[in-house]
Design a protein around this ligand. Sequence first.
Ligand SMILES: Cc1cc2nc3c(=O)[nH]c(=O)nc-3n(C[C@H](O)[C@H](O)[C@H](O)COP(=O)(O)O)c2cc1C
Length: 360
Amino acid sequence: MKTRLTELLGIDHPIIQAPMAGVSTPALAAAVSNAGGLGSVGFGAYDGRQAREMMRDIKARTNRPYHVNFFAHRAPTQSEAVDKAWLDELSPFFEELGVEPPASLDAGPPSFLDDPDQIDAVLEMKPPVVSFHFGLPHKEQIVRLRESGAKLLASATSVDEAIACERAGMDAVIAQGVEAGGHRGVHDGETDRMIGTIALTPQVVDAVSIPVIAAGGIGDGRGVAAALALGADGAQMGTAFIACPETSAGERHRKILGGPAARETVLTRGVSGRAARGLRSRILDAVTTKQAAAPAYPIAYAATRALSRAALNAGREGFEVMWAGQAGALARNLPAVEVLAAIVKEAEARLRSLNAIAIS
Ligand SMILES: Cc1cc2nc3c(=O)[nH]c(=O)nc-3n(C[C@H](O)[C@H](O)[C@H](O)COP(=O)(O)O)c2cc1C
């Protein structure tokens, strides 16, 4: 499976293990990269110092290309009144868990757009591949990143966003369908066209000339073969790797994935202020019914985190946030190297059998 993507990134297989803030680890990224895929870590929840430490850790574990990811969202406008109303909405849950709601909501980690230390960390550590979620970096940031030699990727959830990625100078674009686990990469956070991977991928392929990476609901090698059939040059898979022992996912998260309970996911703005897909749980259902009132991303996250922490301390289930895509029941609880090898084998077998159908 040699494609423009394997050539661009210097990898053996056209498969990117998705960066997953809070779940992907240097150990996971290095295992996938050493096995010939592109291993990734998401820095959306970290500052420049933590990003440097994690890149050092990956570099100590692999000589192969690896990928780091940042959030390029516009900083939210915080409103005390909105935050207070949201905490009031959630107060019955805090009461049930026997804790006081936080007095105020933290504005969360800064965006790559506003934090000079994040780009300094990249320029210092020189990761081979850098990607962006929730939008594109500033023009001058792109110039500096390109000078560092990094290959640049960005997520797009629509054809228009994909064209914007190409125009801004990205080397490849990740076409993220609505099936995807975790946050939707919608650039302005508002104009969400909710397109599925099978509809989005070929339209993006037609609209841009850079390589396209399909993402969202690709759960095994059959999905990778489908992505290639749609004209993509590769696939980015997140949920398929969450249950690997190398991730920092919680016990319950990895236990549900791979089984029938993972068939139920919810897409909601209520957890963080931006649309994201996760395994159905009491907290996701609760915030979804009130999501219109949630503070802007990432402010709402502070309230959900406070609830999750309180529930953990109280030994109560149902309040953890477990991001996952629609193919979570296909996930495997195996070491990352085995997951990647299985995906490659399945994709190759599928492509061979399709070839046989085409010939006969
Ligand atoms: C747990 C989890 C965390 C994620 N975190 C990030 C992130 O930090 N940055 C990012 O660009 N994408 C993130 N994503 C989205 C992935 O890049 C990708 O679009 C998605 O995993 C593809 O869908 P799938 O999960 O069905 O494979 C995350 C996905 C999951 C499941």
